[in-house]
Design a protein around this ligand. Sequence first.
Ligand SMILES: Nc1ncnc2c1ncn2[C@@H]1O[C@H](COP(=O)(O)OP(=O)(O)O)[C@@H](O)[C@H]1O
Ligand SMILES: [Mg+2]
Length: 361
Amino acid sequence: MNSIPMLILEDIHKFYDNNEVLKGITLDIKKGELVTFVGPSGCGKTTLLRIIGGFTPLDSGRVILDNQKIDHLPPNLRDTRICFQNYALFPHMTVSENISYGLKIKKWKKNKIDERVEELLKLVKLEGLGERMIDKLSGGQQQRVAVARALSLEPKVLLLDEPLSNLDANLRLIMRGEIRKLQERLKITTIFVTHDQFEAMSISDRIVVLRDGEIQQIGPPIEIYEHPTNEFIAAFVGYVNFLDGVVDILDIGLNRAIASTPIGKIQFVPERSFSAGEKVKLVIRPETIELSRSEPATKLNVFQGNVEIGMYVGSLAKYTVQVMGEKIIIDQSNPRETGVFKTNEKIYLSIPENIHVLMRQ
Ligand SMILES: Nc1ncnc2c1ncn2[C@@H]1O[C@H](COP(=O)(O)OP(=O)(O)O)[C@@H](O)[C@H]1O
Ligand SMILES: [Mg+2]
């Protein structure tokens, strides 16, 4: 991947009647990058993808592909290919006929088509299934045919609309990895749409979080998870404990701040400057809190709590712990027999110092 933008979206607006479903989308996607659009149902993911692919007209803004403005062009004259959510395969055709459809329209010679189809079947691991009818394939195989068809003309940008949502959980996990491997091998610029935040986290170079037709945040998965810019994003990517606080001591020299919260004073490393008296919201992920039976040697950010609910799920134990009337969710990874806490047990919580902190109105 390099830093040349392959696709540029400039201030895209879209209305359906009086309903503005895209409210000024601006975004650069680099060559070879896999970017995921993620957000709740109805936030505008499919509409944006269709605008890029040429299936839905935009009301204002520009789409620029490889230095060329393309938003006025019909889909077949754009170097983009879309895989629709329901795959939209031709059910009365074989696998090969589906994959070669676009090549025939472009009037490729028969021997070239056969060669290309073989290559694509191999690529998506469907060798030997070229003559099979679509309805005799499993969901995962159909998904691969759809990807092969989309790749047949080597588009500059591949657009995948919730490509895995029709598959069962196990297959989804496998196909997720395969799509990523294929994308990396072909170095094809790809936009992947999903409403599943974990899918987005695991597959992307960068994630674009959408909400009500607006971009909330753009960044690599780790940045979105550890430095969400608002409460919506923090809660959308995994569970989170929010603690309201007020900054009462700030020591820039020592690079630390203290906030008063309902459970007591919490010291944190400030990611930006805060002023005393500022209202904040501490964002504390369940897996960052440590639990112990005996009082930890370090007294920093240590609180006493009472186990309200404990759920042992093998690789993980999930607890709801009451601390000064607040319910705190904690994930204990790799719990061992002696380390599993019981309901009503008194325990100590250690909260880390590197806490992400949001503004609070
Ligand atoms: N053809 C259409 N006519 C009217 N409204 C539409 C149409 N397509 C989508 N919408 C509306 O636009 C919004 C965004 O839809 P969509 O892009 O499908 O969201 P997502 O893919 O994120 O679930 C929704 O409120 C939806 O109801
Ligand atoms: Mg959609």
